[in-house]
Write a protein that binds this ligand. Structure first.
Ligand SMILES: NC(=O)c1ccc[n+]([C@@H]2O[C@H](COP(=O)([O-])OP(=O)(O)OC[C@H]3O[C@@H](n4cnc5c(N)ncnc54)[C@H](O)[C@@H]3O)[C@@H](O)[C@H]2O)c1
Length: 256
């Protein structure tokens, strides 16, 4: 699918990878719907995208809420006239061990809370389910080809300290493959991206510095990825009609 002139909605695009993808796609002439839970981030990203000479529209929405997901995709079509590509990128981290044990005494001193578990499942798994479903509803109703790009993570293979996140991302990867099958009759391609460690706020601010250094040393290319490298991958998926039913690991070679 040619990017120029298409309407691309990106969840969680007020910052980080979502915003980088919005910029990369806008530079190729795509019109962008910026969506995020943070209104200030939506407004400033919309201005930045408009300055690139394409149409941009901002929608504040929480992907974990059914009514927000429905409104997001409906409003995209009513305001922008079409919905051609949906990038399901909004995500959060609430890392922790399943059970924390005091090394000296061997006594249990903590466990992953229900809040840690449920908040990540709500945004990273249910949020992708809801926004993919609503994007598919609009794409099928338009009777035009579409592309859905869920954002997983290499943590989908099972990363210690991320029970909640790994479970959600493994679910995203599974849904990506099955949706490609379910939606093929409507000319909707579904292909995902599983980034490795990319230099965004999520990684630079939310990860413990010791953990970040450890991971950096394990990346074969010797550095974190750049957000623009994830945008390149999303652009590739949109432009190459042969990419379908896969989750591309874009990670500098790290194996989890
Ligand atoms: N940065 C990495 O190294 C990396 C690696 C693998 C996967 N990912 C995935 O890429 C995606 C983007 O990550 P990032 O690094 O840009 O993170 P980020 O924290 O920089 O950006 C995430 C954005 O999502 C928004 N958001 C959070 N909860 C939301 C909700 N309920 N509804 C709507 N928007 C919401 C945030 O406000 C933020 O703007 C996530 O799904 C993440 O799991 C990132």
């Amino acid at each position: 699918m040619e990017i120029k002139g298409k309407v691309v909605v990106i969840t969680g695009s007020g910052s980080g990878l979502g915003k980088a993808m919005a910029i990369g796609i806008a530079k190729k002439g795509g019109n962008i719907v910026i969506s995020d839970i943070r209104e200030d981030a939506v407004n400033s990203a919309v201005k930045e995208i408009e300055s690139l000479g394409v149409r941009a529209h901002g929608i504040v929405a929480n992907v974990a809420k059914e009514e927000d997901a429905e409104r997001l995709m409906k409003e995209t079509v009513s305001v922008m006239g079409s919905l051609d590509v949906a990038i399901l990128n909004a995500g959060i981290l609430r890392d922790g061990l399943l059970v924390r044990v005091d090394r000296e005494t061997g006594n249990v001193k903590g466990k992953m809370s229900m809040e840690q578990w449920q908040s990540v499942i709500d945004v990273n798994l249910t949020g992708v389910f809801l926004t993919a479903r609503e994007a598919a509803v609009q794409m099928i109703s338009q009777k035009k080809p579409g592309v859905i790009i869920p954002i997983a993570s290499v943590a989908m293979h099972g990363n210690p300290g991320q029970t909640n996140y790994s479970a959600a991302k493994a679910g995203v990867a599974a849904m990506t493959k099955l949706w490609a099958q379910e939606l093929k009759n409507y000319k909707i391609r579904v292909a995902g991206i599983a980034p490795g460690f990319i230099a965004t706020e999520m990684v630079l601010k939310d990860m413990k510095p010791e953990a970040l250094e450890k991971w950096k040393s394990l990346i074969p290319i010797g550095r974190l990825g750049e957000p623009s490298e994830i945008s390149q991958s999303a652009e590739f998926i949109i432009e190459n009609d042969l990419v379908d039913g896969v989750v591309l690991e874009i990670s500098g070679g790290i194996k989890i």
